[in-house]
Ligand binder design. Sequence first.
Ligand SMILES: NC(=O)c1ccc[n+]([C@@H]2O[C@H](COP(=O)([O-])OP(=O)(O)OC[C@H]3O[C@@H](n4cnc5c(N)ncnc54)[C@H](OP(=O)(O)O)[C@@H]3O)[C@@H](O)[C@H]2O)c1
Length: 269
Amino acid sequence: MSDFFKDKVVVVTGGSTGIGRAFVELLLASGAKVATCARSQSNLDELMTSLKHPSLFSVATDVSKQTDCKHFITSVIQHFGGIDIIINNAGISMKGDFKDTEAEVIKKVMDINFMGMVYCTKYALDSIIERKGAIVGISSIAGYRGLPGRSGYSASKFAMNGWLEALRTELLPTGVNVLWASPGFTKSNIRQVAIMDGDKQQGESPLNEDKLMTPEECAGRILNAIEKRKRTLVLTLQGKRTVLINKLFPGLADKLTHKFFYKNGKLIK
Ligand SMILES: NC(=O)c1ccc[n+]([C@@H]2O[C@H](COP(=O)([O-])OP(=O)(O)OC[C@H]3O[C@@H](n4cnc5c(N)ncnc54)[C@H](OP(=O)(O)O)[C@@H]3O)[C@@H](O)[C@H]2O)c1
């Protein structure tokens, strides 16, 4: 990696596990000053202890709470003096057909995945504009193609993409780059902790996690896109294929997507 990130202050929300943790590790290795957050204080403590890096700062934060986001971002600005880049990565998923899903689950996913990004970006914006930095949203293939059994998750990712596209256009004269990156299936905790049947967690991933893209590869490719000031990034061959088929043949995509996610009328993935 070049020295693009050296001495830049980068905020990564949800940096305690998965793709967020890979961002934190890669950014520290490239000389950035990194601030991260997550809800679990014990997971953040583990991160701080195992990485033991003078350029790493963390604050326990629930991004669905506006006051938490204000406290997190103002603490980062106090600690590092400003913010160059924000990577809005914190997110959760859900699983269940809509007919079996309480509206409250969809609200919870929207509050974390979408409003969490809005709150954190709001408080970081002046500093990012001053430094001509970047705003990044970690979206998903589910932000291009609605996925059955994940209607709330898909809604949150479509919302992210639309909001970031509008923001990108508003910020064109400022020199700030806005990017939404869409990983395909990537090895992480997201499926184990997906909300299912009310407030329960899925527990086990329905996918063979070891066959998926690694979080390090995913984060590395996104950092490369940030450096190149890209507009969008779609990851994995399966992800690119899904986005293309959906754009050209949306009716066929409905059928293929249904076939992938259901067996004998039952949601399997
Ligand atoms: N893995 C994939 O296949 C995949 C594919 C496409 C897109 N993505 C996206 O990539 C991003 C990272 O997901 P991941 O796969 O790395 O999942 P993950 O391993 O479950 O990590 C999620 C991170 O977000 C944090 N988080 C969750 N809710 C939060 C909240 N309310 N406030 C603050 N932090 C919160 C978690 O910590 P706490 O639980 O302690 O809060 C954790 O650090 C998500 O936006 C996800 O939608 C993932």
